[in-house]
Design a protein around this ligand. Structure first.
Ligand SMILES: [Zn+2]
Length: 194
């Protein structure tokens, strides 16, 4: 199959990527080789600036700029841009993580949506376990949005013949943080409520 012309056109591709969430852009990257090759550098740059922790480079003590007294290691480069950190005798300036830093960080256990380190799993309908953080599963616009039973019931009421039977047919993505109730994939609830 030949690659559509628009996939080679940065004027089309770039604005498209700019409007995607980072995880959606990575999903889009998997669609074909041409897209993969065109957008990988852009995605890695975005991850370097907005997702992974920035790096700190030692610089001359005479350098000027906005100064913080403590090292702000959890900040991304976008948050720490032009920040200078002074310890008792040394001065550091924020710098963009390298491509290798990005590749290494993407190999860690990360939330599949925000790409931040996370240790919580949800189970897909296929049975596959995926890493997903509470912020992303609570986001209704997220590809990996989950909802609780009360929300599922509200969505299904008046739209299916038997709400409880419909709920029982849903795949359980995980137990809620309180441990008791179940969380379901929101897309499954919405497709039943159509
Ligand atoms: Zn997340």
């Amino acid at each position: 199959m030949t690659t559509p012309q628009w996939m080679h056109d940065d004027a089309v591709l770039q604005p498209l990527i700019d409007h995607m969430k980072i995880a959606d852009a990575f999903r889009f990257r998997r669609t074909c080789r041409a897209v993969h090759d065109r957008i990988t550098d852009t995605l890695y740059e975005t991850v370097a600036r907005d997702v992974v922790r920035c790096r700190w480079k030692r610089v001359s003590n005479n350098i000027t700029g906005s100064v913080r007294q403590a090292r702000t290691s959890a900040m991304t480069y976008s948050e720490a841009k032009d920040t200078i950190v002074r310890s008792e005798t040394r001065t550091y300036k924020s710098c963009v993580p390298s491509r290798d830093d990005v590749i290494q960080s993407l190999q860690r256990k990360l939330c599949r949506e925000c790409l931040r380190p996370c240790n919580i799993f949800a189970v897909c309908v296929s049975g596959r376990h995926v890493v997903l953080c509470p912020t992303c599963w609570d986001d209704e616009t997220s590809y990996s949005s989950l909802c609780d039973r009360i929300t599922a019931r509200k969505q299904l009421k008046g739209r299916v013949k038997n709400v409880e039977r419909a709920i029982r047919s849903l795949h359980v993505a995980k137990r809620s943080r309180s441990g008791g109730s179940f969380l379901y994939w929101r897309y499954q609830v919405l497709s039943l409520a159509k």
